[in-house]
Every structure is written in C-alpha cells, then in structure tokens.
Design a protein around this ligand. Structure first.
Ligand SMILES: [Zn+2]
Length: 209
C-alpha cells in the first residue's frame, strides 16, 4: 500500500525547505501579500518531492496517462517524478513567444493520454499554455495535477484537476495593504540575495517570476 501524503504533509515539505516565507511581498500581479512560496526550494529535497509526486501519480493512476508534461522550469522535475511512478513518458513545454511549445524533439502522438502537472496554481496561466500545447499535438488531456492551489478564483480547465494542498493566501492592493501601513519593508521575492547582502538589496533586483 503506497503511503498517502496528506495536505499538511505538503505544507511540511515547504516548511522544511524554508520555502514558505512570511513577511511583506510584492507579487508578480502587483499586489502585496504576507506569505510567499519560494517554490523551487522544495525541490532541494528529493525524498519530499518523491512523496508528493507519488501521491499525484496515485490520484491519476486510473486515467492511465501515456505522457506526463509540465512547464519549465520546475515542471521538468515534477513531470519526471510523476511519470516515473506511472510508468509513463515525461516531457516538458518551454516558453515560446507568448505561449509554450515542445522543443528538443519531444512529441505527443495524436490520441495519447496526457497528464499535465505543475507546482503552484495561481492564475492558471502556465497550465493553460501547456493544455494548448497538448491540443496542438492532438493529445487527450486526462487531468491536471498540482502540488499547491493558491488561486483566489476557481479555475476550470475542463478536465479533472487535483491539488495536494489548497492554500488561502490573502493579497492586498498596495493602497490598502496593512503591512505598508505598518511600514514593513517590501520584498520582491524570486531573487537570491548574496550571503553578504542585506534583505533590502533584494528589492532592487528583478524578480524571477
Ligand atoms: Zn504592502
């Protein structure tokens, strides 16, 4: 019997990796938040990644995917690990123009059953781009699986969507942000400050997201 990872186990994996940041963050949307997931950090710990991906694989076993696909960069790892447990092929979709595409000789054969995986669901943009790639190649999407759903509005991809953890993240417009009012320094996440630099230096660097 495969071990089943509960939602709190997923949160623990992010906590153990120091990937769940608390403070005052400027999100890519321009809104402010008191929590931020520095999601790549969780991939430092393969054992936790394996447990989470095995759980995603378990949830889609019945769908018998031929191919698992994720968006670069983190989706490469997640696709590989989920596919390993499903005995499926693993590929990834890279940025191209405004959307995504298969490169490096990757293919989806018409009618192949495809599972889309991603790390964090926020606006659903990268998942939609990958779904479009599957459509272009005439694959059949059997589901969408993500580690964390922190979307604020319900997302409907037209296929079964599973998240290991649903996380409520409160965001604020800058003009009504209580952290701004309390003059908590605002940080643009997504950059790694050098060991010698102060947290304030991160503000001047460009966000990776
Ligand atoms: Zn603020």
């Amino acid at each position: 019997m495969a071990e089943i990872i509960p939602p709190e186990g997923v949160l623990d994996a992010f906590r153990e990796a120091d990937a769940l940041l608390e403070g005052h963050f400027l999100l890519a949307s321009g809104r402010h938040s008191d929590r931020y997931l520095e999601k790549a950090l969780v991939l430092q710990y393969p054992r936790n990644v394996e447990r989470m991906c095995r759980e995603l694989a378990r949830r889609f076993e019945d769908s018998r995917p031929d191919v698992v696909i994720g968006p670069t960069t983190l989706g490469v790892v997640l696709s590989y690990e989920v596919a390993k447990h499903l005995g499926a092929r693993s590929i990834f979709a890279e940025r191209e123009g405004d959307g995504r595409a298969l490169r490096r000789g990757f293919r989806i054969e018409p009618g192949q059953r495809v599972l889309v995986v991603d790390d964090i669901l926020t606006t659903g943009g990268s998942v939609r781009d990958v779904l479009e790639v599957v459509r272009e190649w005439q694959g059949e999407t059997v589901g969408v699986g993500v580690l964390v759903d922190r979307s604020t509005a319900p997302l409907d991809f037209g296929v079964r969507t599973e998240a290991l953890l649903k996380m409520e993240v409160t965001t604020y417009a800058p003009e009504e942000c209580p952290l701004c009012r309390d003059q908590v320094p605002l940080v643009k996440p997504g950059t790694t400050p050098k060991p010698s630099s102060s947290p304030l230096d991160a503000e001047t660097a460009a966000p990776a997201l």
